[in-house]
Structure formats: C-alpha cells, structure tokens
Design a protein around this ligand. Structure first.
Ligand SMILES: C[S@@+](CC[C@H](N)C(=O)[O-])C[C@H]1O[C@@H](n2cnc3c(N)ncnc32)[C@H](O)[C@@H]1O
Length: 181
C-alpha cells in the first residue's frame, strides 16, 4: 500500500505502539489539511475529521475527503456522544486562546470517547526562550495538568524538538458543567 500523506511523527509512533488495543474509530479533532486523517484512513481506520465551520467547508470541497468516514462541524460536536476508540489532537490546543474554550474542547474529547478510549494530544513545546505569558506553548506538566483536570489518566508521553505529546485514557463518568467567564 502506498501512503501519500506525511502524518505527524506522534501519530506513527502511537499507531505502532498501540494498534493492538483494538482501535478502529478515530476522531481527528482539528483536522486542518487532513495530513493525519488521510494517513490513518489509508491504513484502514474509520476516520472522522472535525474542524471549525470555515475549515470543514474547505475539507468537504476536497476530493481527498471522500476517503474519510465522516466530517463533523466542530460546533455540533458538543451534541454528540460518539464513543471513539481514539481522538487525536495535533497542534490545536496551542491555538485556542481562551481558557474556557480549551476546557470546552477537552470536555468534548471526554464526552466523545468510549470508556478507556485514548486521547493523544500534541502541542508546541515551551522552552526556556518562550516568553512567560505565551499561552501557545506548553511544558509537559502544563499539558498534563490541563488534560488531567478532566477524568483522564495519563498513559504515555513523548518529546520532540518542537512539540510534546501526551497520551491519556478516559477514566470514569463526567459530571462537570462549565460556565463562560
Ligand atoms: C495548526 S492546525 C493543525 C491541523 C492538524 N491537526 C495538523 O496537525 O496538521 C489547527 C487546526 O485546529 C482547528 N481548530 C481551531 N480551533 C478548533 C476547535 N475549537 N475545534 C476544532 N478545531 C479547531 C483549526 O481550524 C485548524 O485547522
């Protein structure tokens, strides 16, 4: 099989490490230009690509989107309970500026994973040269704190030169409501 799309290194690492765990349905949450979605579709996974309205409309106009199992406009995801085996989030949390919006995004991952489903999050890495007030890059501990504020447990991590990756599993029911502040 020829794979045309160069996915993130974190995705190839995760699939080679965890594919034995019965992963079939995957949500690419913030799919962008589909580099990870198409890669995973061509490996035989059932991939749902989700993005904000403007981007999902662009995605739907692409011929390659026919390879996807489904596309979802992000604004509707909050209404769904789709029980994915895996949700991937590559370079999305570091571009969501508002705290409540990041929380809402993480809550949506929780609500749409099956019990014990995996969440893979990759964000830009914070280094000692990153300005303190910069919210677009994270230390591993900052990423973990953000994700583990929901009912996830951490199972793995990985560090690249420009990004960090956390792998988490859904752990228990969710009874938390957020309000905008
Ligand atoms: C930097 S791109 C990364 C795209 C892709 N994950 C990748 O690694 O190539 C970030 C993507 O997240 C999307 N995005 C931003 N906020 C989002 C949200 N709240 N829900 C879903 N997608 C979002 C953007 O539209 C954009 O396509």
């Amino acid at each position: 099989m020829i794979i045309f799309y160069r996915s993130c290194d974190s995705i190839r690492w995760f699939i080679s490490s965890y594919k034995k765990d019965g992963i079939s349905y995957i949500l690419d949450y913030g799919a962008g230009k589909l580099r990870n979605s198409i890669y995973l579709s061509e490996l035989g996974f059932k991939v749902y690509a989700c993005d904000i309205t403007d981007q999902i409309n662009k995605i739907r106009s692409l011929k390659k989107s026919e390879e996807l199992y489904c596309t979802i406009d992000e604004k509707f995801l909050v209404n769904y309970r789709l029980a994915f085996d895996l949700i991937i989030s590559n370079y999305v949390l570091n571009i969501i500026k508002k705290d409540y919006a990041r929380k809402e995004y993480i809550r949506n991952t929780y609500l749409n994973l099956k019990r014990s489903g995996y969440l893979l999050v990759e964000v830009r890495k914070r280094t000692k040269n990153t300005p303190d007030r910069c919210v677009t890059a994270y230390y591993q501990q900052e990423l973990d704190d953000m994700i583990l504020s929901e009912r996830f447990k951490k199972v793995d991590e990985l560090s690249f030169s420009k990004s960090i990756v956390g792998v988490y599993r859904k752990d228990g029911p969710l009874f938390i409501a957020y309000k905008k502040i």
